[in-house]
Design a protein around this ligand. Structure first.
Ligand code: M6R
Length: 614
């Protein structure tokens, strides 16, 4: 949540910071701001409610000179989105400016103490407490900014990634992080600071990922000095990024979400590349092979995730239980972390996260690690906090996912879970060799089947027009398609703001069937698998109550085509891989409905891509 950017070097900071904010806007977009130190040491803050484009408008005719600056795009936690609560925040004397991503949990107590010491607050944010406290401690201890920040962070409870600059100091930025990400880009005599690498990649591919509770003094023309809040010196390996710029552009599509939906044949191939040995037809997942004993002796698998990644985890449960005969629990990270769960040393925990920064999942992993469980991460963002806080894992390798609604990351998570469960099932001998090979062969064909579905984009767009003004939707699925129903409903809710519920099809009759009438579209995932006849009965129950059914069916289906009001066809596949295909038309349907409703598809209201707060 919130994106932070900083620059110090020989170029004008403003254009670099603004471009960086645009790249990070997916992290939060309710207000934006910038602080610049000019050549003569003046410190100016410009900030406004709204998007980065509004900030650019606001900065017209202002003094935007300076080769050092920090900038922020906000997702509000404390204090409504308005001009005053926007970052950066000044200290009392207006000598220090600070931007922050995270939450200061003990802000109320600190604020009270500062008020008693004569400090005045402009905003309702927790962040303003931080910058005021830094100034208070700086004056009290007669010390410099770096040490004041260090002392202050020892008083702080909570999560932070911060960047701080000071009036008159044209040659340093101080940054620090705890539980919120921060990357330092190393250029030629210049440094870039950002919440993730996307604003940096244009200028350099050399980066350092700061670790928790580390502070860096970033000075012009000098190597960054990095210490912990407890003053232990740290050295960091410089990492070479593999990201490229075209991955951050829309590439001719109207929205990132549509681009990302259409990238899926390629991203699925990328995800499998080098992991499925085509000539021998078997999976080579080093994360499993290198830790075979942990997996073979696992008493249980616990899958931890949030949102879409949780839906992928639910498919994972069905996969591991089918192929590996290991009991699996799928937990919302936010519930798991606070409910005193029983965790055994011989549990294997699989944490799934696109961003690798989700605060609840990070905390849940920490809890599991303390109990001795083995932690496997499935992340997309290379070098992210979750990727670095697990024992081993697999990246999904889909490139940056910018649209707030997750699409290509979800299908790649499903592929990783499929490969893991097949690999482990084979090691455990809980899957027959012939069946294993058949399934792998079919998994290899999934990308071309996704290509086939994408050709229906125009007809799905036509269909979407019929439902643009629906107020509610129900999505139904059974077995492997139950998580698809949940995911389809989530996609619709988050980008079109239409209320939608995903349900196991057979559970309808235990309550939700009361909702059915002509006004309530029901999306039934009804592909031909072992639950097919049962799903037909569920569809009949809806039709008997005048419900309107949109069914996802296989190409050769005749029965459901004669019952449902509308059908969307998908190629057939093995039951266990159906989620990989069946979610594609649901992603497209949500996308088109949202576009019809003129919603901001890539940046839906109230949301942010990466949820780094509780
Ligand atoms: O980065 P993560 O996968 O950990 O994010 C988890 C959820 O916040 C995320 O999946 C969210 O639900 C998406 N907006 C869904 O499209």
């Amino acid at each position: 949540m919130c994106g932070i950017v900083g620059y110090i070097g020989n170029q004008n900071a403003y254009p670099i910071l603004i471009k960086g904010l645009h790249r990070l806007e997916y992290r939060g977009y309710d207000s934006a701001g910038i602080a610049l130190t000019s050549q003569n040491g003046n410190l100016s803050i410009y900030k406004t409610k709204g998007r980065v484009a509004d900030l650019e408008e606001f900065c017209k005719n202002k003094d935007i000179s300076g080769t050092i600056g920090i900038a922020h795009t906000r997702w509000a936690t404390h204090g409504e989105p308005n001009n005053i609560n926007a970052h950066p925040h000044y200290s009392e004397s207006e000598n220090i400016a600070l931007i922050h991503n995270g939450i200061i949990e003990n802000y109320a107590v600190l604020k009270q103490q500062l008020i008693q010491n004569g400090y005045h607050f402009q905003s309702n944010t927790d962040t303003e407490v931080l910058v005021q406290l830094i100034e208070y401690i700086k004056i009290l201890n007669k010390t410099d900014l770096f040490h004041a920040v260090q002392l202050t962070l020892n008083e702080i409870i909570g999560a932070y990634a911060i960047a701080v600059i000071e009036k008159g100091k044209t040659d340093e930025i101080i940054v620090a992080r705890k539980s919120s990400p921060l990357v330092l880009g190393i250029g030629d005599d210049e440094y870039f600071i950002a919440s993730d690498a996307s604003p940096i990649i244009e200028y350099t591919n050399k980066v350092i990922y700061l670790e928790d509770e580390e502070i860096a003094l970033v000075s012009r023309n000098e190597k960054p000095k990095i210490v912990t809040v407890k003053n232990i010196e740290k050295t960091h390996e410089i990492i070479q990024l593999e990201m490229n710029l075209s991955q951050l552009e829309k590439g001719g599509y109207d929205h990132f979400m549509l681009k990302e939906i259409f990238e899926q044949p390629q991203t699925l191939r990328d995800c499998m590349r080098g992991r499925i040995d085509v000539s021998f037809n078997h999976v080579v997942l080093s994360g499993i092979i290198d830790h075979k004993e942990r997996f073979l002796n696992a008493r249980r698998i616990i899958i931890l995730a949030c949102g879409t990644s949780w839906h992928a985890g639910l498919v994972g449960k069905y996969l591991f239980e089918s192929f590996c005969k290991i009991p699996v629990e799928v937990e919302y990270s936010s519930e798991f972390r606070y409910r005193n769960p029983v965790i055994y040393q011989d549990d294997v925990v699989i944490a799934i996260s696109q961003s690798g920064e989700t605060a609840d999942t990070l905390a849940a992993i920490e809890l599991a690690r303390k109990s001795g469980a083995f932690i496997y991460g499935i992340c997309n963002v290379v070098g992210s906090s979750i990727a670095r806080n697990t024992h081993t894992g697999s990246y999904t390798h889909v490139g940056p996912e910018i649209g707030v609604a997750s699409t290509k990351a979800f299908t790649a998570q499903l592929v990783v879970l499929s490969m893991m469960s097949l690999c482990l099932g084979r090691e455990k001998r809980t899957i027959d060799e012939k069946r294993y090979r058949e399934l792998l062969k079919e998994l290899n064909h999934i990308p071309e089947k996704v290509e086939t579905i994408l050709k229906s984009n125009d007809s799905i767009n036509d269909l979407s027009k019929i439902f643009t003004y629906a107020h509610n939707f129900i999505y139904l699925g059974r077995g492997f398609n139950y998580p698809v129903a949940l995911e389809g409903a989530l996609k619709l809710k988050e980008i079109s703001y239409i209320h939608a519920e995903g349900y196991p099809a057979a559970e309808m009759k235990h309550g939700p069937i009361a909702l059915i009438d002509m006004e309530m579209p029901v999306v039934a995932i009804a592909t031909d698998n072992k639950m097919y006849d049962k799903v037909i009965s569920n569809i009949q129950e809806i039709k008997a109550r005048n419900g309107c059914v949109i069914a996802v069916v296989n190409e050769n289906d005749t029965i459901i085509k004669s019952i449902a009001d509308y059908v969307i066809e998908v190629p057939s596949t093995e039951d266990c891989f159906e989620p990989l295909l069946n979610i594609i038309p649901l992603q497209l349907l949500s996308y088109h409905i949202a576009v019809n409703k003129k919603r901001d598809v890539d940046m839906p209201r109230n949301l942010a891509k990466s949820v780094t707060v509780e």
